[in-house]
Structure formats: structure tokens, C-alpha cells
Write a protein that binds this ligand. Structure first.
Ligand code: B3K
Ligand code: ZN
Length: 859
């Protein structure tokens, strides 16, 4: 498959200032007439050939300036038309079968309705077009369809006319005044009902807002609507960005490859990021709805008004928009907890990517299939990189930078370089060396040592950026680290400092310390690096109890556990050192359980043990079996050791009635955390409490928390809860997804056999990505199932990839990275993982998506 390279970028030869699309809608046959106003690009190469991309479509008719032509030709999937002048009108007719579109790219049918997904290259599956983000056009759309099948007809922009035909069909015309790339085109047609509201923008313009769902789901849309209104207000206040159309539509569809899509004025969402009520959605689900609604809305400026020149610049819109949605969620709830959650996601998803065969810079240099580059690196590390700029500039100066960026590039298809330059100019930063964060992959490792002499503490920092595929040698990068030095006796520090390590190695001195201070470093996770600092457990216990930076406090607790478990897994603990290590952890854990000054949301966060995947990342070669055993043993020990505090905590939380306020959410969080440890220490007590919690539950957070614990236990209460859960929520797809996930993600002794059985369940289907992920992604990230010593977990995922690839390659390819981690796993399992990749590679007709990921993983 051809490799697309960033350095080969050429401006388009032809532009399309205007396009008119006419759809005759049908679930199995939709007719598309597309009328392009094309104009030779003065900055192009002057070619007389117009190249229009296509994918699995054929031209049924081609007209140039109104006259049918036949001298067009196909080059692969692309349509080539010779043009003599500088501007022409080109019309092309195509027909597609939405019901047969199981890839869910382009125009497809979901649940009886029609919808589109065009990013990145889906528009070419609808009609022939220069399907690249630097071709911006003004869109007019006309749709005609049966009134009963498609009562609601939506597209981007504003509805300009509608009417009925004598044959029972009706039509609507939509116009979007803002020029946009084809990936932002959208159309939706079907039976939908809306939650309607309005928002008045900062300049006093009234905007109509609709959240469209299937009839019956409207009662679960209010949180999405509240989140949308909050997003609109927040973007005005925080970034000075005002909405620019009179209408904003959000549509929820149940078959969707990812979370949601920011189409101009017509966001299309996975139902799971729209529908929420206390009975069916957990507190985490509510937060996810708020975050994704915000994310897609914020794209209106960071993505739509300013889009990407080419797909290598994807982080321009995604990294920046993730940062914007993170800051939004932080402002809506607890900043401290949000930061910890964001770092946990980065470490779980991005660090492994950055240290494996699929590592790439946030601005990649090449790709085979662009869908494979919607990654945690481009999104989450991309956000971290921009966050570092904000940390170095300070929020006010950073805002000057973003103002300049929006102002300078509005209406353009821009590059990451444009963004950096605007921040540099607007915020007054020198980002010359900082640009390496865009070009170098790999998580920098910072080694730390602290020495003390007289009254001076000296901090020595050394950085190393590991080699990644195609990048054997790296240059040192500027790493902004927020540090504080604590006085051991007073438990206080004299103020936080920002040090920027921009050399291979550097030292920083701090005066005024009679005794060696305790170092708190990378506070707030100011840089996306891993810190290597061998330190006394005692210092970590101190920071876990005293650090005034909430992230650093969490980090101290994590490090305490990581140090202990990594040594335990490597067989480095004697009975004595194991007991001492556990005692230190137990002491810190007890402090967390009982500290009256902690709010429960934060307490719940601090109670979470480092994930098995994160522990594996700390080792050159990991033994997942040993990691699982040691981590479970520690959990059980904590459950027994802290039993009284845990049951007291659980009892206290159970007494708090349901509400959506922070205190009640905090209570639910610690309730579920406490239950996990109680069950680990004493299965019978855990099962009893879990079943009580399940029966008494009046909300999904409590119910799911109880089932989560029961699903891992080999007890009779397990069956009762699972059976009740299923029958209670029969017909509610999102909750049935949970029913699959909870079982596939469990540590039950028979988890793998259970998963195989669930795959045969009548409610399972390979054509719905949410259901596939509910079962198989839960399995792939479940270390007990995936890394089962038999290798059956690898086979499960390998079989899935091979069966799913012909149906939905984009979703199938998402499962490859878990197998791709084989180089970092102990040899027996590694061989089985590799074998599975080879089995996939041997398939004769793999998609480009899976082919790229598998060949790089074997590479
Ligand atoms: N921009 C879309 C992602 C499209 C993914 C295409 N494979 C959603 C988002 O990031 O907001
Ligand atoms: Zn996005």
C-alpha cells in the first residue's frame, strides 16, 4: 500500500469554491447529483486534469458546463476529467447503498435512519470530490425522501426551503454560509425527535439548539443540552469564541465508529455520548457526555473555522480541542480530579503507544491509512504539548496567543507550524527548540537526583528521549517542570518554581534548607514525561499525606505502590521487605481513607491502584501474570488491613441519598472503591455488601459498581445480579453494552470462557461498534483475560480482528495495538502474541487499516 508523506504536500491544482448536492434518499439506494464549481488554483501546478477522489463508487453520468462528456477516466478509484479553461461546472451522478455500508464511513443506514461520517475520507464514498481538507467550499444541499421513513431532513447550516411532493415524498434545502472542507459535510434523515432550547450569544444573537434522538430517548437528552449550553458560554468567556450560525443540531446515532463528529452546525454523535439519566448512566458517563459535547462544540473554532491543511496536521485541531475540552471539564467540576483522570488516560493509552512499534510524533511524517492516526498521541499528547506552552506562558499570555491564532488564520486550512508561530508571537514565547515536541516521538525520561549541602539543595536533571521507529537519535527537548521543596518538619514549602530542562543534563540550586528537603516534581503533571527518581518510601508517604498539589499527592501514592510492585514482580522482595513495603503503603492508604480534609471525589481518585498496564510499562520486559498476581495480592492485603476503615467508609457513603452534586458523586465514588477492596479482602463480605448495594440502588453508578465487584467473584450472588441487570434493561442498547463489558472486563476465573459464550449471545452483533467494543475491547484491556497464560486471550482478539476486518476495518484496526505490544512481554506470551499477528498478516485480503497496523507491529 502506498505511503503518504508529509514532505510531499502540494497545493491542490483545482479549487471548488461552491458545491450543490442533490440527494434522492433511500435506505438501499440513494442517488446523488453533485454540481461542483471548479476553479484552477493560482497556487497549484496548473494541471488541466481535474482529479476527483472516489471510493467504491462509479460515475453514472458526468457533465461539464451542462454537456454530457465521455472522455473521463478512472485512475484506481479516482475520477479524472480533462478541463480546458480556468473555471467550469462539473456534474457527477453516483448511487450508493447505505444499508450495505457496514464500514460506517460515507452515507450509511443506522437503525432505520440515514446519516453520514466523512472524516477523514468518507465524502469520497458518497460522491467524487477533491477529498482533502485544504479544499474549502460553500455547500448547498437538497434532499428528497419519503415522508414516513424520513420525516426529518437535516444538513449543515440553515434550512432555506422545504416542501412536499404529490407522491408522498418531501424535500428540504440547506445552505451553509461558511466554506468548509468535505470532511465536515453531514446529512441526517429519519424519524427523530428533538429536545429544543436556545442560546443567546455574547453579541446578542439567538441560536436554536436541538438534540435529536429516536422517539423514546428524549427523556435522556437534558444533560447533553445543559452541557451544550455550558460549552457555548464557556468558549465565549474562556477563549472569546462566539457561535456563528443561527442553528446548532446534534443527532445521536447508535452505529458509530467513534465518539462523535464535529460536522459544521450538525454534530453527529454516538448515542453513548448523548443519552444520560441517573437510572441508566453512571457519573462517569455523565462526565463523558459533558466532555464530548464540549469537545465537538469547541471544534467549531478549533477545527471548522480554522481547519487542517492536510491530515498530518491533525493535532492542530485535535490536540488543541482536547486541551480545550479538558479545561472546560475542569472548570465544570473538580480541576484536581480532572487532571488526575487525564493523566491516567494518557499513561494508559499514550505511553504504551509511544514506547511501541506504532510510536509516532504528534505531527506524523507518514501514513498508509489516516484512520490509524486518530491516536492517543495525536489527541492526548497533542493536548499535553499545547498545555506545556500554556504553563510556560501563563494563562493570560497564552490567551493572547490563541486570540492571535484565531484572528490570523480564520477561514484557512492551517498547519501546526502556524499554530506554534501564533502562540510564539501572541504569547511572547520563544518556541524554537520546543517545536521538537511536534517532530520527535517517544516519552522523554527524566532522571532526577537531589543532593544537599550546607543550606543548599541541588537538583540534577538528565533527560533521555528514547529511540522510536524511524527516529534512532533524538535531540533534547525543553521540559517544563513545576517543582517545590518541602521542609520535612513544617510540612510546607516556600513557593513553587518552574524549571525548564532544555539540555541533556542540568542542575538547579535552591537555598535556605537546613535539612535535606522533600522534592515534589512535575507537579500538576506539567510535562508528559516519565520521572525516574529512586527515593525513600518515607518521602513518598510524606508527599502522599502533605503535598498541596493534588496531582503530586496522587503521584506520590502511585509511586509508592509502583516501586513496591515492580520490585515484588521482579522477585526482589524478601518477606521482611515485602512487609515493610506493605506497611508503608498501608499507612498512606489509611491516611487517604480517613483524612477529613479530603473531598470524596479526590479520596476516590487516590484510592485507585496503578493499572497493570502502567506497571508493565515500568519494566523493560513485563510478566503480566506476575503483575496481576502481585497487584491482586496487594489489593487483598489492603482490603484486610484496612477492613474497618473501608467498611466505615462504605457505610457512610451508602447513607448519602442520590443527587448530582459533588458531595453525592464523591460518596458514590468512594462507595464503589471501598467495595472493590472489601471484596478483595473478604469475598463473602464483599458479595453481601455488593448485593445489598445492588438491590438498594436507585441509580446506575451504584448498580454498576455492585455488578463490577460481583462479576469478578465466584459466588451465587453474581448470577442473581447479572440476570436481574439484563432483564431490567432489556432493549436499552447502552446498558446492555455495560452488561457485556462488566463480564468481559471481570477477573472471574472463567472470564475467557464467559466471553466466548457472550459472543454467541443473541444480543451480540459484529455490525454495531459499541457492542463489539463492549465485549472485545473490554477483553483486550482486561489483563487477566487478554494475557491468560494459555494464549487464548490473544487468539480471541486475533480471531476478532480477522472476522471484523471485512465488516468494519476501522474498528478492527483499533484492536491490533494490544497484540503489537509483544516485544515488551515475557518471551512465552510474546511468541503467542506474535503468532497471532502473523495469522492476521496471512489473510489474503486485509484492509489497508489492519494491514498497516499489523505490518508495523511485526516489523
Ligand atoms: N474528528 C472526529 C474524529 C474522526 C475520526 C475519523 N476516523 C471526532 C473528534 O475528534 O472530535
Ligand atoms: Zn476532535
Amino acid at each position: 500500500p502506498p505511503v503518504i508523506r508529509r514532505e510531499d504536500y502540494l497545493p491542490p491544482a483545482w479549487l471548488v469554491p461552491e458545491i450543490a448536492l442533490d440527494f434522492t434518499l433511500g435506505l438501499t439506494a440513494t442517488r446523488v447529483v453533485s454540481k461542483l464549481h471548479v476553479a484552477r488554483n493560482p497556487d497549484g501546478n496548473g494541471a488541466s486534469t481535474l482529479r476527483l477522489n472516489g471510493d467504491q463508487i462509479t460515475p453514472l453520468a458526468v457533465r461539464v458546463d451542462g454537456a454530457a462528456v465521455s472522455d473521463w477516466r478512472l485512475d484506481g478509484a479516482d475520477l479524472l476529467i480533462e478541463l480546458s479553461g480556468d473555471a467550469h461546472i462539473v456534474e457527477v451522478e453516483t448511487q450508493v447503498n447505505p444499508a450495505a455500508n457496514s464500514q460506517l464511513m460515507g452515507l450509511y443506514a443506522s437503525n432505520g435512519m440515514l446519516c453520514t461520517q466523512c472524516e477523514a475520507e468518507g465524502f469520497r464514498r458518497i460522491t467524487f470530490f477533491p477529498d482533502r481538507p485544504d479544499v474549502l467550499s460553500t455547500y448547498s444541499v437538497r434532499m428528497t425522501g419519503d415522508k414516513t421513513t424520513f420525516p426529518i431532513l437535516l444538513a449543515n447550516g440553515n434550512c432555506t426551503a422545504q416542501g412536499e411532493n404529490a407522491d408522498g415524498s418531501h424535500w428540504a434545502e440547506w445552505h451553509d454560509p461558511w466554506p468548509k472542507p468535505s470532511y465536515l459535510f453531514a446529512l441526517v434523515a429519519g424519524e427523530l425527535v428533538s429536545n429544543h432550547s436556545t442560546f443567546t450569544t455574547m453579541s446578542g444573537r439567538k441560536v436554536d439548539l436541538n438534540i435529536w434522538v429516536r422517539p423514546g430517548d428524549e427523556d435522556r437528552t437534558q444533560h447533553a443540552m445543559d452541557s451544550l449550553i455550558a460549552s457555548m458560554k464557556w468558549d465565549e468567556e474562556t477563549f472569546g469564541r462566539e457561535y456563528d450560525l443561527d442553528l446548532f443540531n446534534v443527532v445521536a446515532v447508535s452505529d458509530f465508529n467513534m465518539g462523535a463528529m464535529e460536522n459544521k452546525g450538525l454534530n453527529v454523535f454516538n448515542t453513548r455520548y448523548v443519552l444520560a439519566d441517573p437510572e441508566t448512566a453512571t457519573d462517569g458517563d455523565f462526565d463523558a457526555v459533558e466532555g464530548v459535547i464540549g469537545h465537538e462544540y469547541f471544534h467549531n473554532w478549533s477545527g471548522n473555522r480554522i481547519t487542517c491543511r492536510d491530515w498530518f496536521q491533525l493535532s492542530l485541531k485535535e490536540g488543541f480541542t482536547v486541551l480545550r475540552d479538558q479545561l472546560f471539564s475542569a472548570d465544570m467540576g473538580s480541576e484536581a480530579v480532572k487532571r488526575i483522570e487525564d493523566v491516567r488516560i494518557l499513561r494508559a493509552a499514550q505511553f504504551p503507544e509511544d514506547s511501541g512499534p506504532l510510536a509516532h510524533p504528534i505531527r506524523p511524517d507518514s501514513y498508509q491509512e489516516i484512520n490509524n492516526f486518530y491516536t492517543a498521541t495525536v489527541y492526548n499528547k497533542g493536548a499535553e504539548v499545547i498545555r506545556m506552552m500554556r504553563t510556560m506562558a501563563g494563562p493570560e499570555q497564552f490567551r493572547k496567543g490563541t486570540d492571535l491564532y484565531f484572528d490570523r488564520h480564520d477561514g484557512e486550512a492551517a498547519t501546526c507550524e502556524d499554530f506554534v508561530k501564533a502562540i510564539e508571537d501572541g504569547a511572547g514565547l520563544d518556541l524554537k527548540q520546543f517545536r521538537l515536541w511536534y517532530s520527535q516521538a517517544g516519552t522523554p525520561q527524566v532522571s532526577v537526583s537531589l543532593s544537599h549541602e550546607g543550606s543548599t539543595a541541588t537538583l540534577k536533571l538528565t533527560q533521555k528521549v528514547p529511540a522510536t521507529p524511524g527516529q534512532p537519535d533524538k535531540q533534547p527537548m525543553p521540559i517544563p517542570l513545576r517543582v517545590a521543596l518541602f521542609d520535612r518538619d513544617t510540612g510546607a514549602h516556600a513557593g513553587e518554581k518552574l524549571v525548564v530542562l532544555d539540555k541533556p543534563s542540568d542542575t538547579f540550586t535552591f537555598d535556605g534548607f537546613a535539612k535535606p528537603p522533600v522534592l515534589s516534581i512535575n507537579r500538576g503533571f506539567s510535562a508528559p514525561v516519565s520521572i525516574d527518581f529512586d527515593r525513600e518510601a518515607e518521602d513518598l508517604v510524606f508527599l502522599a499525606a502533605n503535598d498541596d498539589d493534588p496531582f503530586a499527592r496522587y503521584e506520590a501514592m502511585q509511586n509508592l505502590v509502583v516501586q513496591h510492585l515492580v520490585t515484588a514482580v521482579s522477585g526482589g522482595l524478601s518477606d521482611e521487605t515485602r512487609a515493610a513495603g506493605r506497611a508503608a503503603i498501608g499507612k498512606a492508604f489509611t491516611a487517604i481513607l480517613t483524612d477529613p480534609a479530603l473531598d470524596d471525589l479526590m479520596r476516590g481518585e487516590l484510592m485507585i491502584l496503578p493499572a497493570e498496564g502502567y506497571l508493565a510499562e515500568q519494566m523493560l520486559i513485563a510478566d503480566p501474570g506476575a503483575i496481576h498476581t502481585e497487584r491482586e495480592a496487594l489489593k487483598a492485603w489492603l482490603g484486610r488491613e484496612c477492613a474497618d476503615d473501608l467498611t466505615a467508609l462504605h457505610d457512610r457513603a451508602v447513607a448519602v441519598p442520590y443527587s448530582r452534586d459533588a458531595a453525592a458523586r464523591g460518596a458514590r465514588k468512594i462507595k464503589n472503591q471501598a467495595l472493590v477492596y472489601i471484596a478483595a479482602g473478604n469475598a463473602q463480605e464483599g458479595a453481601r455488601r455488593a448485593l445489598d448495594q445492588y438491590r438498594a440502588a436507585d441509580n446506575m453508578t451504584d448498580r454498576q459498581g455492585a455488578v463490577l465487584v460481583l462479576a469478578s467473584l465466584d459466588v451465587p450472588e453474581r448470577e442473581e445480579a447479572l440476570a436481574d441487570f439484563r432483564s431490567r434493561y432489556e432493549g436499552n442498547a447502552l446498558v446492555i453494552d455495560k452488561w457485556f463489558s462488566l463480564q468481559a472486563g471481570s477477573f472471574h476465573p472463567e472470564v475467557l470462557a464467559n466471553i466466548r459464550k457472550l459472543a454467541e449471545h443473541p444480543d451480540f452483533t459484529m455490525t454495531n461498534p459499541n457492542r463489539v467494543r463492549a465485549l472485545y475491547m473490554a477483553a483486550a484491556v482486561n489483563p487477566k483475560a487478554f494475557h491468560d497464560a494459555s494464549g487464548d486471550g490473544y487468539r480471541l482478539i486475533g480471531d476478532l480482528i480477522r472476522r471484523l476486518d471485512p465488516i468494519n476495518p476501522q474498528t478492527a484496526a483499533r484492536f491490533v495495538p494490544s497484540l503489537g505490544r509483544w516485544r515488551r512481554i515475557e518471551p512465552v506470551r510474546a511468541a503467542m502474541m506474535r503468532e497471532e499477528l502473523e495469522r492476521i498478516a496471512a489473510e489474503p485480503s486485509l484492509s489497508r487499516d489492519v494491514r498497516e497496523q499489523v505490518s508495523k507491529s511485526l516489523g
